[in-house]
Design a protein around this ligand. Structure first.
Ligand code: ADP
Length: 298
């Protein structure tokens, strides 16, 4: 495994920023690390990259213990922190040369990286002349200069305009082909666009670790239905595959089913059988976005 976190907890005073989080990731995976603000994403990433120590737990990167051997572990990791700290007065190539010296990387490798992240036309410019999207490319270039296997990107697309967003997503996907990428975001669409897998954390706890395809295979169907007649909730329990029933008001109900089959025809049959009339019927299938909101709203 490229990344292995086992029961990581980080406490600040009395507050648990991260509570017993465990996950692993392997080469070639792009893992979206999703959670609302304050969920503990940055804290976990800082622990993974050896910048802060966990209160409890173990972290391995390519089998190297990050806690006891951070210098060696950091050779395997490229890290783009949340606010992409750059020296704005430096020129792009000058900044990357400066970073390369720290990692003892050759000049020819700098040119490869400039090409790889699409900075060739901007490399002679000062960083403060660049758009936010190009500044992110400089940050990503600096993170991959030493050819790390693991890339940790903390909210890399925040604040980008739609075109820049698409370009940076493409770059991340490209880098993910031969690295392990963990990138945090608070936007589900971001994960859908880029990742193979999603880890969702909320209030410091891991609540989901699934392949995106598995999340999409959610068989839950939510149907809102209104009848012409007042009936009891118990009565609706006669429907097959019911997971939950909520009475919205009067004769209007929201029924959740667990089924691969479309339950709308079944509802019509049911109404007919009991001589009810359906006045309104809406299928409200859950999007990943609504699933995320539901999972992290309490
Ligand atoms: P996220 O990146 O998901 O927005 P963070 O990891 O930044 O979340 O923060 C998780 C929680 O830990 C928050 O409640 C935050 O206020 C708290 N926290 C983070 N860093 C510190 C710190 N250095 N000192 C005290 N509390 C912190």
């Amino acid at each position: 495994m490229s990344i292995q976190l086992t029961s990581i907890t980080k406490t600040y005073g009395v507050q648990k920023a991260v509570n017993a989080i465990s996950f692993s990731a392997k080469k070639g995976e792009i893992v979206g690390f999703l959670g609302p603000n304050g969920a503990g994403k940055s804290t976990t990433m800082k622990i993974l990259t050896g910048f802060i120590q966990p209160t409890e737990g173990a972290v391995l990167v390519n089998d190297i213990d990050v806690i006891t051997n951070p210098i060696d572990a950091q050779k395997q990791i490229g890290y783009l922190p949340e606010h992409n700290p750059l020296y704005l007065e430096m020129y792009v190539r000058e900044y990357l040369e400066f970073q390369a010296k720290i990692h003892k990387v050759s000049k020819s490798e700098i040119e490869n990286v400039i090409d790889k992240v699409g900075l060739t036309a901007e490399a002679h410019k000062k960083i403060n002349q660049l758009s936010k999207g190009y500044r992110q490319r400089v940050g990503i270039a600096a993170a991959i200069l030493h050819n790390p296997e693991v890339l940790v990107l903390d909210e890399p697309t925040t604040g980008l305009d739609p075109n820049q967003l698409i370009e940076i997503r493409e770059l991340i996907k490209d880098l993910g082909k031969d690295k392990t990428v963990l990138f945090s975001t608070h936007i589900m669409q971001e994960v859908e666009a880029v990742c193979d897998r999603v880890i969702i954390i909320n209030k410091g706890e891991l609540i989901i670790d699934k392949k995106l395809s598995e999340l999409k295979e959610n068989n839950e169907q939510v149907i809102k239905v209104a009848f012409d007649y007042k009936i009891e909730e118990q009565f609706l329990m006669r429907l097959p595959n019911v997971l939950g029933i909520v009475n919205n008001f009067d004769n209007s109900w929201t029924i959740t089913f667990s089924s691969e089959e479309d339950m709308r025809p079944k509802l019509f049959d049911f109404a007919q059988e009991y001589e009810l009339k359906i006045l309104e019927l809406n299928s409200e299938n859950k999007t990943l976005e609504s699933l995320f909101t539901e999972l992290t709203s309490n």
